[in-house]
Design a binder for this molecule. Sequence first.
Ligand code: PHE
Ligand code: ZN
Length: 880
Amino acid sequence: MRSNQPQTIYLSEYKVPAYLVDHVDLRFELFEDGARVHSTLSVRRNPESSEDGAPLELDGDSLKLESVALDGAGLSASDYEDRGDQLVIASVPEQFELSVVTWIEPRNNTRLEGLYMSSGMFCTQCEAEGFRCITFFPDRPDVMARFRTRIEADKSSYPVLLSNGNDVDRGELDDGRHFVTWEDPFPKPCYLFALVAGDLVEKRDTFRTCSGRDIDLRMYVEPRNAEKCDHAMDSLKRSMRWDEEVYGREYDLDIFMIVAVDDFNMGAMENKGLNIFNSSCVLASQDTATDAAFQRIEAIVAHEYFHNWSGNRVTCRDWFQLSLKEGFTVFRDSQFSADMGSPTVKRIEDVTLLRTAQFAEDAGPMAHPVRPASYMEISNFYTLTIYEKGAEVVSMIHNLLGPEMFRKGSDLYFERHDGQAVTTDDFVRAMEDASGRDLSQFRLWYEQAGTPVLNVSDEFDQERGLYRLTIEQHIPDTPGQSNKKPQHIPFAVGLLGSRGEALPLILEAGEEHAPAERVLELTEASHTFEFHGISERPVPSLLRHFSAPVRVNYPWSREQLLFLMSHDPDGFNRWDAGQRLAVDVIQSLVGAAKDAAVEPRLVTSYRHLICDSSLDQALVAKMLQLPSEAYLIELADNADVPAIHRARERVLKHLAISLRDELVACYRRNFESGDYEITPEAIARRSLRNTALAWLLMINDEEGRELAFRQFRGADNMTDRMGALRALVNSDYGEDRNLALEEFYQQFREDPQVIEQWFSVQAASERAGQLPQIHALLEHPAFDWKNPNKVRSVVGAFAGQNLAAFHSPDGSGYDFLAEQVCRLDDSNPQIAARLVTPLTRWRKFAPAYRQRMQAALERVRDKAGLSRDVYEVVHKSLAD
Ligand code: PHE
Ligand code: ZN
């Protein structure tokens, strides 16, 4: 059990390690009741450390120490101190070999950190600090060693034995056991160590690199998943090619392996040469995975693969630098996905996530900079800020430098720091050195938390033909940070004339060939830009492509937003204008009388979107999605969730009633009988017809109901089946809902990944996911508290997506979540700490809700033996 007063760790207290480990020799004896780990470390004093004669301190967690030997001589208990979380040897020579034997119990490991069991196989998860659950080791990323790993296990139960690098030896042992030895030639931090042992089928492919080397690609999955590997394998090959072409990065080992496991805390892990994936993020077939899942898998496979350079070859000095690898790698996988599909749609998806969830994080009690200055539990810092905002920060550097200079910068970064553990500052310096640009003020993006707010105002001087744009920035206070400095913000703008034409942006009178779009660089609290030669008041198009992760306030009229929706040359801003208009309309109806009118021009513009098939259908599919409840809550103060929910639903129903015939026509037009394809066009068609279906069922349309059933039963793919199921579940037809859910369950009961979707479509639905029904799902035989995906699909979907039910005025949703967090805290603290997030946002809500959320949080705080993970989150969110 962890101590009750967790320590805070500070970046400012970073010290280089006193000892380095050059080589690690591991031998795992795997048995049914546990595992014995023999570890031999080649250790030497770090010449860069000033701590002469420092004791050797190795981290450990939940280990049973069996023996310790130094240079071959066994140590007795008085020669070392086993502090539980550290093994300390007071005096050691300059250079030595340390051999340690530990006993661990993977079967009882429910935290899923270190070595654990998942559906009968052994697997590991070591990032961030899981290696210390395997053996005693300096568990910090700036200690990089070469690993040799021998795995021994029963051959019939565990025919496949994997670790990082290349397999260099294998053979038979007594009692039906066998062994395989792996050697990884690249020095790596221990968080990249991995081991897998199980009865798995192997799928093989090859990839020829740009220098002509053939790489063995292997996927290992449970036999029932053998047919679900193709998409991931294809995605892997596309990623490998793309990283060569766009970043000049070639793969470096002879083998690249992917393993799918069912029980996994996160999405996937980039272990050197042996990526381990949550099954839900790698396995797919047309019958079982939605379009969204196919796209997510492609992105995650790419993400983990790209880590081989941005993360593994060049790694983090310490965990404060986490965004060095994560922000950069998310940026890289976003570029990749944009290249593979529709760049505008990809941008819309990324920005939606950022604005809904990262902005909320940045405005809440856990707000932290992209490079945090302190933490208690590093697992709590795998956040949207580190990942998504971190990627935006890299993206801004890309925009400021341009693609060529950025590539020079990334080349320099990889070359200069290959094999090193470095900082975000090293990354920025490489970009500066390669481009000659000064990014000193830009570095504030790494240091200051909070989302900058840009207040924009304008003036038109008819006589002088001048249009003046004034932009003021301020960055709100966040926990521990106030009075922030202005940041360096790239702000892309355009101006539209009354016929929708793009006006030249003339900043110096008389300038010729002025561009129609400019990236204004904001560095001060206030800037005014004057545009010349403007003959009538233009409509400004601001923050094009979302050129910086900021909030923009400008008093657009509804007329102007409608104008931008159809004329802005920037597709992203066309979508954004539609979102702003819908937000404005919904907000004006929150708490309004039941018969208050819905803006008629919203209906007109949606009719145009639905009917004009000459528009980019992928963009239309996105434009038809109303802003989510979560986003509307993020934008609100004193949010009254049921009122927001009602206002949004009122707009949806009004649109559906007004556009009923157009929706049926849209459904039919987008219905196709041809072969299933995963192209942007085909995805857009499925999205459009499923949106039409969902809207029709919102208004209990009889024809819509028939179409939904026909599609549900006849679909040849999961996107359509799930689209129809979701529409039926969210309709008022209770019997149809139950019938469809039952049919679906019977059809897919053997497939845990589909059952997860079946859970979440119910838990996320106001109609099917009220508390008694949620309790019934938790009692369902397919539910499993030990499996994070199942927990997320019921508890997470309820608290994160079924917002009207979660924020029930009697507080029952909050009490429910508090109870489940306490229950999970004992078995899997990482998952518990993530699940509690919705409660931590209590300050956002109207007073009556606020008090009940706070009370629920206090109950979690008072639980006996609270983990460090949950302790940190709960205490920070209750602090004033
Ligand atoms: N490093 C992983 C990724 O982003 C995420 C992860 C973190 C997985 C911690 C497991 C544990 O690709
Ligand atoms: Zn990552």
